[in-house]
Design a binder for this molecule. Structure first.
Ligand SMILES: [Zn+2]
Length: 270
């Protein structure tokens, strides 16, 4: 599932290419036909990303809410675009920019009030300019669940997926199984900074590359995807800081990667 950086990147591209254009809308797949009719002929006036949610604002206060989920896909073309696939839920077409959406988890029209209500239920998004770090801290530290688990809870913090949580916890040198309630303000500050920096770089570059990942990894021939990361998907490989083999745990059915030394439980270290 795309993490927040991908959604913010889409929002930036769509702001540049699509805002100000008037679109005809249809649903080649047929599951969005009536709503597409309501969109058709309207001009796109703004695009917002909040965590893994994308909102296209059309004139007349008609807002399109998208959540790509596991298999959702957005393709855009700087032209009239090729014929859509039969799975295309929504096509927005204009002579110079076209968007094809398929397989979304959510695709719906919302009033501005309904969008505001939905977003009020989402956690702080580190990439949004108005994000409140104190509110994110309070939301994260509720309860005794492991920090690694609560980081994926979109109602506490928005946009973090499996790769980002592993890399941010490593950069912040935090034990993934630390009970959330034991998160100290100085821990949170490191974690928040790591999340913002990883997300910002990835939203710009289109993929997550963790600083401090092993040197020259990107230039090695036959490079592997996991060489962009410090710990994610690197079970058994040396930690880039201390060379201890990276550990993999399964937590709520998801793989969790960390350095058992740099991110040791802090018993006795307080
Ligand atoms: Zn280490």
């Amino acid at each position: 599932m795309p993490e927040g950086n991908i959604i913010h990147r889409l929002a930036r591209v769509h702001r540049r290419w699509l805002v100000g254009r008037q679109f005809t809308a249809d649903s080649p797949q047929g599951r969005f036909t009536q709503d597409a009719r309501r969109l058709s002929g309207r001009t796109l006036v703004g695009v917002e990303a909040h965590g893994k949610h994308l909102f296209h604002h059309f004139e007349g206060e008609v807002h399109l809410h998208l959540h790509l989920g596991l298999v959702g896909n957005i393709r855009h073309f700087r032209c009239a675009g090729p014929p859509p696939s039969t799975a295309c839920r929504l096509r927005l077409a204009s002579p110079h920019a076209t968007l094809h959406l398929s397989g979304p988890q959510r695709c719906e029209l919302l009033s501005p009030e309904a969008e505001a209500a939905l977003r009020a239920r989402l956690g702080e998004d580190p990439l949004r300019p108005e994000a409140s770090a104190p509110r994110a801290f309070e939301a994260l530290r509720r309860g005794r669940a492991p920090l690694a688990t609560v980081l994926l809870d979109q109602a506490r913090i928005s946009g973090v997926g499996n790769i980002l949580r592993a890399e941010a916890l490593f950069l912040a040198r935090l034990p993934p199984q630390l009970p959330a309630a034991e998160l100290r303000p100085e821990d949170f500050e490191r974690l928040w900074t790591a999340l913002r920096e990883l997300l910002e770089d990835a939203a710009r570059d289109g993929r997550i590359v963790t600083p401090h990942s092993p040197p020259n990894a990107l230039t090695l021939p036959g490079r592997r995807r996991e060489d962009r990361f410090c710990v994610y998907d690197r079970e058994g490989q040396p930690c880039p800081r201390c060379a201890t083999p990276i550990t993999r745990l399964s937590l709520s059915g998801r793989g969790l990667f960390f350095c058992p030394r740099c991110q040791a439980p802090r018993r006795g270290r307080r």
